[in-house]
Design a protein around this ligand. Sequence first.
Ligand code: TRP
Length: 448
Amino acid sequence: MGTSRGEFGSRIGFIFAAAGSAVGLGNIWGFPSFAASNGGGAFLITYLLLSFLLAYPVLMAELILGRHAKANIISALAGISQKQWQKHIGFVVGVLGTLTAMLILSFYAIVAGWVIAFALEPFANLIGLNELALWFTEFSTGRNIIFMLAFMFLTMLIISQGVQEGIEKWSTRLMPALIIILLLLLIYVFFQEGALKGVKVYLIPDFSRLADIDLIISALGAAFFSLSLGVGTMVIYGSYIAKDENIVSLGFTVTLLDVGIAVLAGLLIMPAMYVAAENGVSIFNEAGALIKEDQLIFSVLPALFDTMGVTGVFIAFAFFVLMTIAALTSSISMLEVPVAYAVENLSIQRNKAAWLVGSVISIASLIIALNFGKLFGLVITVTTQYAQPLLSLVMCLFVGWVWYRNSLLNEVKAGFKKVEEGLFWKVWPNYVRFICPLIIVVVFLKSL
Ligand code: TRP
């Protein structure tokens, strides 16, 4: 090896990169859809609580582990192990995490491909290419594959350029653009007829649903997915943080941004649905419940944009560009997991590794696209509902129990001298040792 590792050039560069990883389709597609079908405000409250009380501590475990090891998840888990059997487990869990990251990317790229296609549709319509427009928005294996490949291409292109020139540069360009587009869309939708109704549904909680176990499980899954936990993404991003940075506040800022943008996205989507209803678009299914999940973004919103004439073309474009950006800054963080391993442990050049590993993932994605009905939902369930919480659990156990407390403290202390006096150090170590594993196990068992 011997080559020097990449490192984020600045504090803000890391924040944009890690927030870019966190903010993705999960925030803009998943979160508002879940909220819509799970009692709006009740889901919001549960999600906020779980994000800060459970996901943030796990995020910190990953970031601290990564910066300490200065390595990918596979080496990092083996590195903090004291005994041979722990090293073996660490290795296996690291490999499983890396494979999970690859599998998540393989379904994510398909959804991201839809988003790109939907961004192009309004223009095809505008210039009279109606058949093409239809092809962009209608479900077909051909369309799914072509746009998935386009999206994977962009992801590989960025990752082949490395940490500063690829990840950091593009996240720093794209994240501010994302926030601006989101705010502009939000302001626009707020002034439309019917928006207020959506705001109410979103913000006023149905308290009777707070104790609903299905709601808690969905919210937990959303929080873990949203903070990119369990698969080594945050370990590898943590490993690119300089030693003199205060890692505790960095992690907190990333959590705030992630949660903040999810909440804002909900504030855009829920009112947009009611604006759509006002314009004659049907937003309820036969059973009288709000339309949910993919149909929300891929049918209700486009129908809404269609009612807006030429303005709608640009609004639709802005919205799907927003989603594309969000997806891209996330997908690069998934690809970085196996690529970092290939570069560091197998001594493959970054450029080669990026295209090689990316191609393998594209093939996996192709297989899913060709067997969509059988595999798409299955891969999502296996990776996000099972693998992510379980891998996060093991990560907590490693950081909380296997890693020597002193060395853990020293790692957090680097860049934050007074950490021992603060609340974080008083609470967090016991939190990752006891509370996080316990909650994950309980929720996981309930979900079975
Ligand atoms: N957090 C991203 C989102 O909300 C997706 C993501 C990126 C992710 N990296 C990940 C999810 C690693 C799970 C694991 O869309």
